[in-house]
Each structure stands twice: as C-alpha cells, then as structure tokens.
Unconditional design. Structure first.
Length: 441
C-alpha cells in the first residue's frame, strides 16, 4: 500500500491518539501500528465479516415475504422505471459521482446519461423517480450549483469535469461520514465509490436489527460507527453545517427513498432494494462488495408521497445524529433547541460563507452567486413561507468552520496524491476491502 508521506507527517492527532508510538516513527511503522490497533479493536467485526455470506442469505430470505406485503399496499402508478425509461450502464465518458440517487436516474435517462445535469432536470427527475419534495431538491441543488457547478447555465456534473468541481468536490455538498463512501482525506480523494468494508458493516447492522432492514435504526447505528471511526482516524473531519446536514440526511435517505414502497406505510428497506440501488454486488468468492452501476430492482415502487426538507432533517436529527454527536459550530448543538428549522435557516443565512467553484473570493462574482442562490431559496424557505427564515443574520466565516483549512488535507490544501482519485466513478471494481485507518492511496 502506498502512503503519502506528507499526509502522514501532517497527522497532528497521531502522537496524542497513539501515545504508544513514542518519539519519531517511520511511515511504515506508523501505518502498521495504527492498523494493528484498529484490528485488535475490531476483532468482533471481522468475525462477523467471515460469516457475511450467511448473513446476506438470511437477509435475502426475508425478501419474498416482504415484497408480498409491498405489492398489496402500493399504487401501480408508482412502479419504476416507467415505460420508455430504460436502464443502460454508464459509458466510461459519462459522469457519475457520490450520489446513488442521481447516478441511478442518469442510468435510466431520467437525467441526461452523460451526467451533466441542470437545475430543472434534477427537480423533475428526483420527483418523478423517487418523489423527493421540491424544497429538499432545491436546497441540495442550490448548494451543488453554487459550490460545484456553473451558475450561468444552472448545471453541474454528477462526478467531476476533468477532476475538478462536480459533486465530487469535497466539503461543499459532499461530506465526511457518508453512509457508504469513505472520507475524502482517508480515501486520498476517493469520496465517491461505494466502499466494500462500509457496506459490509451496514449489512451487519441490518442483520442485527429486529426488522432485518436498512431502516432508520440500522442507519443510525451505521452513522454512529462511522462517526466514531472518522473522529478517531480523520484529523480533517469537517462537519460544516451544509455538508453536515447532507451527511445526516443521506442516512435517512436510505429507508425513505430506497425502500420498496413507502417507508413507514408498508414499504420495505430490504437488502434487495438497497444493494441494487446503491450498486453493491456481493462477490461470494472474495467476501467483498463490488461497486456496479446503480439499478432499481425488479418490481420496485417509489414512495407514494413526497419526502421534503423538514421531514429529512427531522429524521436526521431525531434518529441519526443523537447516536453520535459531532459538534458543528452551531450554538444549538447538543441541546433540544437544534431543530430542522434552525439548521435550514442557518444555511440560508450562512450562504455568504460559501466559496462558489472557480470564483475564489472575487467580490463581485461572489455577490452574484449569493444573489442567485437566495433567489432560488427565498421562495421555498424564506420569509413568507412555512419556515419563514429571516435573511438578516450572517453566520461565522469559513475560517472558523475550517480550523485546519490550510494544512495538508484541509480544504485549502489537498494532499498531493488526491488528484488521481477525484475523477468520475469507475465501476465493476472493489474499493476499500479494508478500513482506511491511514490515507489509502
Ligand atoms: C436533488 C439533488 C441532489 C444532490 C445535489 C445530491 C447530492 C449528493 C451528494 C453531493 C452526495 C454525497 C454526500 C456525502 O458525501 O455523504 C450525495 C449522497 C447521497 N445522496 Fe444525493 N443528491 C441529490 C438527490 C438525491 C436523491 C433524489 C436521492 C435519493 C433518491 C439521494 C440519495 C443520496 C444518498 C443515499 C447519498 C449517500 C450515499 C452513500 O454514501 O452511501 N440524493 N448526494
């Protein structure tokens, strides 16, 4: 395994986190030490992994009965894909990135197959394919276009354009502590391929749950384990408010959008649905998950009612976040006062602290970006709407959020090795068979 020397030297937390290391250790010694510690602490988990084949068989055997219950409670008009929307695996020139929902929609031509998408196309496709509420899609899109895309054409790439921008851009919308992707720093820039070891962990939590599903409880446990892992091994863990809510929301998206039928109203977040939609294919001979193009399973029904921004944040704050608090610089954190409205309004008010892609602080252009973003957000969450967020308060600036901004691995200075890993998704491969406790390049 190749380790980036500069990145290792930049690990400020190492000596305090691993006092056993003593004075100066070589790169190889350091890596070995961290891995040994990790493996000792995760013996139980590794034993679960050796029985993964049996675990999956047990999860899959619940499928037939559950599908029966879905079929009796769904409206046939919610069957997806609809006629004329056919699956086609992405070509190597098509842009795909960290979002399984959008990747899948492009694989069926609900979004352009080349993965270069516009605001209007995404609003329509996410509603039609998954019944995402327009308010939730708008909030996600504003940040995606502002920070990862092009305001003039209201467009962005699902992955990246020649390794730059797109949804792969770290800590804008893309976040650390993702359900089944590794952190940007520990993955050496690979924050967008499905991680085999993370999905194995997720399957383990589904198996241990009483529902045997990827429900909110299972996803809360997946979040808690990953949050602990990131706190311990990622010295550049960012929990800046917008990526933070995307990270938390994404855990709630698993059951709420990927269930067969409506989650909470007879729908099931079963292994068959989840593994197919996120593109995790179990390879029996290796015990690993290969990342394959995202696809709906046969006889899949989207949720019957829209799932919007307030529901998503409420699920995230009630079922996911309390399982392992990562404190952002939101004054309400850890108190009962942190509500969906507070976070949405913080974002609305804090939009000035975001640097749009390519604008790099040019005052006029930034102002133009902010004006554009607010013109989209005001009709859905501004004054006069149900949330009624005030415009007047400004959030702390980004230097406060990004305390390590200019250290190697921080948003101001990528590790040199990361460039090789920031391109569009490459499918039919296994990524991260073992946990990246040190940057895995
Ligand atoms: C509306 C526009 C959308 C944008 C701009 C967007 C963007 C993103 C981004 C940047 C990520 C990476 C976040 C991370 O690092 O954790 C992500 C992850 C995710 N998105 Fe989306 N998304 C959108 C719509 C959707 C829809 C419609 C769904 C579901 C149907 C969805 C489901 C997910 C899930 C489950 C993840 C977590 C993936 C994982 O780590 O396993 N997103 N999305």
């Amino acid at each position: 395994m190749k380790i980036n020397q500069a990145a290792l030297l930049a690990l400020p937390a190492l000596s305090s986190a691993f006092p056993g290391m003593g004075g100066v250790a070589s790169k190889a010694e350091t890596e070995k030490f961290i891995r040994r510690q990790y493996e000792a602490e995760n013996l139980e988990k590794r034993q679960t992994l050796t029985t993964l084949t049996g675990t999956i068989a047990a999860l899959a055997s619940t499928v037939t009965g559950l599908l029966g219950s879905v079929a009796s409670s769904v409206d046939p008009s919610n069957l997806r894909p609809e006629r004329d929307f056919t699956y086609q695996a992405p070509a190597s020139t098509d842009s795909r990135g960290p979002c399984p929902g959008l990747n899948l929609l492009a694989n069926y031509n609900y979004l352009p197959r080349n993965g270069h998408v516009t605001f209007g196309q995404v609003i329509n496709a996410t509603s039609r394919g998954f019944n995402m509420g327009a308010d939730l899609a708008t909030v996600l899109l504003v940040f995606a276009i502002l920070t990862d895309g092009d305001i003039a054409t209201e467009s962005f790439y699902l992955g990246s354009l020649n390794g730059v921008g797109g949804l792969n851009r770290h800590s804008t919308v893309e976040a650390d502590v993702s359900p089944n992707r590794e952190d940007y720093y520990l993955g050496c820039g690979d924050n967008h391929h499905v991680s085999s070891r993370l999905f194995a962990q997720n399957v383990g939590y589904a198996y241990l749950s009483s529902s045997k599903q990827f429900d909110l409880g299972t996803m809360g446990n997946q979040y808690a384990a990953s949050a602990s892992f990131s706190k311990k091994y990622n010295p550049y863990l960012y929990y800046f408010p917008f990526p933070q809510i995307v990270s938390l929301g994404a855990f709630a998206f698993y059951p709420n959008f990927f269930s067969n039928g409506t989650y909470g109203a007879g729908g099931v977040a079963n292994y068959e649905s989840i593994s197919s939609i996120i593109g995790a294919k179990f390879i029996k001979s290796t015990g690993q998950f290969q990342y394959v193009p995202e696809q709906w399973p046969a006889y899949w029904y989207r949720r019957a009612t829209p799932y919007g921004a307030v529901q998503a944040l409420t699920d995230a704050l009630v079922s996911i976040y309390p399982k392992n608090i990562i404190v952002p610089l939101a004054s309400q954190a850890g108190t009962p006062n942190l509500s969906a409205r507070d976070l949405l309004c913080d974002i609305y008010q804090g939009i000035n602290s975001i640097t749009p892609l390519g604008l790099a602080g040019a005052l006029g252009a930034t102002a133009e970006g902010v004006t554009w973003a607010l013109s989209k957000l005001t009709p859905v969450i501004g004054a006069g709407t149900t949330l009624g967020c005030p415009l007047s308060t400004l959030s702390p600036n980004e230097n406060t959020f990004f305390t390590n901004a200019s250290s190697t691995g921080g948003p101001g200075k990528n590790p040199a090795s990361s460039t090789a890993h920031t391109g569009n998704n490459v499918y039919n491969k296994v990524y991260f068979p073992v946990a990246p406790v040190v940057p895995t390049c």
